[in-house]
Design a binder for this molecule. Structure first.
Ligand code: HEM
Length: 417
C-alpha cells in the first residue's frame, strides 16, 4: 500500500521560502498536520520533512546521496563546487577522514589558545573606542584565528577584506539579487587567494607546519593517489576558514542571550559545573542558523508507506527540529538547564547535521565550534563589562541567515575588576 505524500498545493514556492525563511517547512507541517510534505522549490519537486524519525532515514547512506543535491546558487556562494559536501561513498569517506584528522584534541586546544589570545588583544583595543559592532569585530578575530590555526598566511592589512569575504559567502547563500551576487564575488576572490597559497605550498615557496589544514589539504592524496586539483584544494581549505569565521554568528547570539537573560551572566561567572557547555548547547538549539539540509533519493524506496522516487531532492528541517515540542519541552523558551541531563542521540539535536560524522555528512567542525564558543562566552560573561546603546536587536526569521539587526553594538567596554 502506498500513500501519497501530503501536497503543498500550488506552483513554485521559492518566493514563499524567501518570505517565510526559517519557518517555511514548519509552517506547512503545522498547516497540513504532517511531518512530511511535497512542494515545488528551485524549479523541481521537493520533499520536506521533519522530526527524529525523518532524520534517521535522511542520514541513511543507502537511501540518500549528495551528488547534485546542492542548488548551484548555494555552491556559488556557501560551499563551492566539488568539495566534501558533494561526495558519496568511498570518496566521501576518504575526504572526510582528511577533515576529521584536523580535529585532534591537541589541535582543538590550539584553536582555543588562539581564541583566548585574540580576545585579549580585542579587549585592549575596544577599551580605546566609544563603541564596536560585535559581529564585525568577532568576524575579524575569527579570520585571524582561522588563518593562524590553518597555517594560512594573512597580512594585517588584508584581515578586513578576507574576513568580510568569508562572511559574505555565508551571508549570500539564502538570498537572491545583490546579497547573492556579493556572496559570489566573495567566493571568487577567496578561491583565487587560496589557490595561490596551495600552489606556493606545492612549489615549496611556502611551508606551513605539518599538522595544519593548509599542509594537510595541499598534500592530500585522493583514492587514485593524485593530489587534489588546485581549485578543489582551495574549496576544501575554505571549508575550514569560512565556517570558523561563521562562529561569529553563534557568538553574537550568545551575547544576545546574555542580554536577554542577565541571570545567566552570574551563573556563568560562578562557573557552576558544566553550565557554560549547557549554555552553548542552548544557543545552538534556540537560535536560527542552519535552516535545513538537503540530499537526493539514491534508489526508489518507501517510508511510512510514502513513495520516495530516485533523484528527488529531500530537505530535512533543522530549525524546525530545534523547536519541535516532541523533542523539547517549551521549545521557544531559552533554557540552558534543559541540557543538564540531556540524553539525546545523533538524530534529535542536530544544529550542525545529524548521524555519524565519520560515515556521514555531519559537520566536521562541531567540536571546534563548541570549544571556540565556550572560550568566547567566558570572555563575554566573565572578563569584560559593556553597555548596549539603543539599537534594533530584533532577529528576522525570514532572512536566511539572520542576526540581530544591529549586529550587536556594544559601548564602554572595560575589563571586569
Ligand atoms: C557540514 C553547520 C561550523 C566544517 C556542516 C553541515 C551543517 C553545518 C548543517 C551539513 C550537515 C549535513 O549535510 O548533513 C555548521 C554550523 C557551524 C559550523 C552551524 C557554526 C559556525 C563548522 C566549522 C568547521 C566546519 C567550524 C570546520 C572548521 C564542516 C565541513 C562540513 C560541514 C567540512 C562538510 C561535512 C561533510 O559533507 O561530510 N556544517 N558548521 N563547520 N561543516 Fe560545519
Amino acid at each position: 500500500l502506498k500513500v501519497q505524500i501530503p501536497q503543498d498545493e500550488g506552483l513554485e514556492k521559492s518566493l514563499s521560502l524567501l518570505s517565510e525563511g526559517y519557518l517555511f517547512i514548519q509552517n506547512r507541517c503545522k498547516r497540513l498536520q504532517t511531518d512530511i510534505f511535497q512542494t515545488r522549490l528551485f524549479a523541481q519537486n521537493v520533499i520536506c520533512m521533519t522530526g527524529k524519525e525523518a532524520a534517521e532515514i535522511f542520514y541513511d547512506n543507502d537511501k540518500f546521496e549528495r551528488k547534485k543535491a546542492l542548488p548551484k546558487r548555494i555552491q556559488k556562494t556557501l560551499t563551492g563546487e566539488k568539495g566534501v559536501q558533494s561526495l558519496d561513498g568511498h570518496e566521501h569517506q576518504h575526504r572526510k577522514h582528511m577533515f576529521m584528522s584536523l580535529m585532534s584534541d591537541e589541535r582543538l586546544k590550539d584553536i582555543v589558545d588562539l581564541t583566548k589570545k585574540q580576545w585579549e588583544i580585542a579587549i585592549v583595543k575596544w577599551q580605546t573606542v566609544d563603541q564596536v559592532v560585535l559581529f564585525d569585530e568577532v568576524q575579524e578575530m575569527l579570520c585571524r584565528i582561522s588563518c593562524q590555526w590553518a597555517g594560512v598566511p594573512l597580512r594585517e592589512d588584508e584581515v578586513k577584506q578576507r574576513a568580510d569575504d568569508l562572511g559574505k559567502m555565508v551571508d549570500g547563500f539564502g538570498a537572491v539579487g545583490p546579497r547573492h551576487w556579493q556572496g559570489k564575488g566573495a567566493r571568487t576572490r577567496s578561491e583565487q587567494w587560496i589557490e595561490e597559497i596551495v600552489e606556493k605550498i606545492r612549489s615549496g615557496e611556502f611551508n606551513p607546519p605539518k599538522e595544519t589544514a593548509a599542509y594537510t589539504i595541499a598534500w592530500h592524496q585522493e583514492l587514485n593517489g593524485q593530489l587534489l586539483e588546485t581549485n578543489i584544494a582551495a574549496v576544501e581549505l575554505l571549508n575550514i576558514l569560512r565556517p570558523i569565521v561563521a562562529i561569529a554568528t553563534y557568538i553574537v547570539f550568545g551575547a544576545h542571550a546574555l542580554h536577554e537573560h542577565p541571570e545567566y551572566v552570574e551563573k556563568l561567572q560562578h562557573g557552576e559545573g558544566q553550565f557554560v557547555q549547557q549554555f552553548v548547547q542552548e544557543i545552538r538549539r534556540f537560535y536560527p542558523f542552519t535552516p535545513f539540509v538537503g540530499a537526493r533519493v539514491r534508489h526508489d524506496f518507501t517510508w511510512k508507506q510514502h513513495p520516495f522516487n530516485r533523484e528527488t531532492l529531500v530537505l530535512l528541517d533543522i530549525y524546525g527540529m530545534n523547536h519541535d515540542p516532541r523533542i523539547w519541552e517549551q521549545p521557544d523558551v531559552f533554557n540552558p538547564e534543559r541540557f543538564n541531563d540531556w540524553k539525546g542521540g545523533n538524530f534529535d539535536f542536530i544544529p550542525q547535521g545529524g548521524g555519524d560524522r565519520y560515515r556521514g555528512h555531519r559537520c566536521a567542525g562541531e567540536w571546534l565550534t563548541i570549544n571556540v564558543m565556550e572560550a568566547s562566552l567566558n570572555y563575554l560573561a566573565n572578563q569584560i563589562e559593556y553597555e548596549l546603546p539603543i539599537q534594533d536587536l530584533s532577529i528576522n526569521l525570514s532572512r536566511i541567515p539572520t542576526l540581530p539587526k544591529s549586529r550587536f553594538v556594544i559601548s564602554k567596554v572595560s575589563r571586569r575588576a
